[in-house]
Write a protein that binds this ligand. Structure first.
Ligand SMILES: Cc1cn([C@H]2C[C@H](O)[C@@H](COP(=O)(O)OP(=O)(O)O[C@H]3O[C@H](C)C(=O)[C@H](O)[C@H]3O)O2)c(=O)[nH]c1=O
Length: 188
């Protein structure tokens, strides 16, 4: 299992080994000991999965505020997607900056989005399925977001990104400049 860091401290791209044979492959996609060695103690309590039928579907930038924050371990189960983590920690030297990874079943890679980061993705082909493990339960009252196309974040979305796919909620997310201070450098 390979762990790749980014220029922003916190997010990780994880690439579990695929053991291939004539039947296909086998992969240990998560080992708590290996993961927690790099992230510190984590407990996943909820697994989510969503289907995006159209190429260019954009979901996000989402996060849950305290006292119900969520770290997310994301992978692609079908299709492919560009997954993005945005640093929302007040006082962070990389506040407002983002990292991304193209996730596909073939690559068998994952993105760790720690507490303190917003999460968003864009599907890169039809019928893309995303699966992600969360370290906190869903809490609608703590479900917050930032505008996907905020110029102060300037995520380099792929050309296929289709704003027409945005949910009503995502069409009216606040700008980064208008966002309350939800997270600090104490968050992880
Ligand atoms: C997140 C969530 C949603 N829901 C319900 C609420 C709505 O009735 C429906 C769709 O929710 P939403 O439009 O927020 O789903 P996405 O736009 O895919 O948002 C998710 O995708 C972005 C990229 C994320 O990182 C978050 O996990 C999450 O915000 O599922 C639940 O019942 N449980 C949940 O954990």
């Amino acid at each position: 299992m390979e762990f790749k860091t980014f220029e922003i401290d916190g997010p990780l791209e994880i690439r579990p080994r695929k053991i291939e044979d004539e039947r296909g492959y086998f992969s240990e996609i998560f080992r708590l000991a290996d993961f927690a060695e790099r992230t510190g103690p984590v407990e996943f309590v909820q697994d989510n999965q969503s289907l995006s039928v159209k190429t260019g579907t954009i979901r996000g930038i989402h996060f849950q505020s305290h006292p119900k924050p969520q770290g997310k371990l994301v992978r692609c189960l079908a299709g492919s997607l560009l997954d993005v983590a945005v640093d929302l920690r007040t006082g962070s030297p990389t506040f407002g900056r983002w990292v991304s990874a193209k996730l596909t079943p073939e690559e068998n890679n994952q993105l760790w989005v720690p507490v303190g980061f917003g999460h968003a993705f864009c599907s890169l082909e039809p019928d893309t399925v995303i699966g992600y493990r969360c370290t906190g339960y869903y809490s609608p009252e703590n479900d917050k977001g930032v505008a996907w196309d905020d110029p102060d974040i300037a995520i380099a979305w792929p050309d296929v990104a289709d704003a027409g796919t945005l949910s009503a909620k995502d069409r009216q997310q606040p700008s980064l400049a208008d966002l309350p201070e939800y997270f600090t450098m104490e968050d992880q």
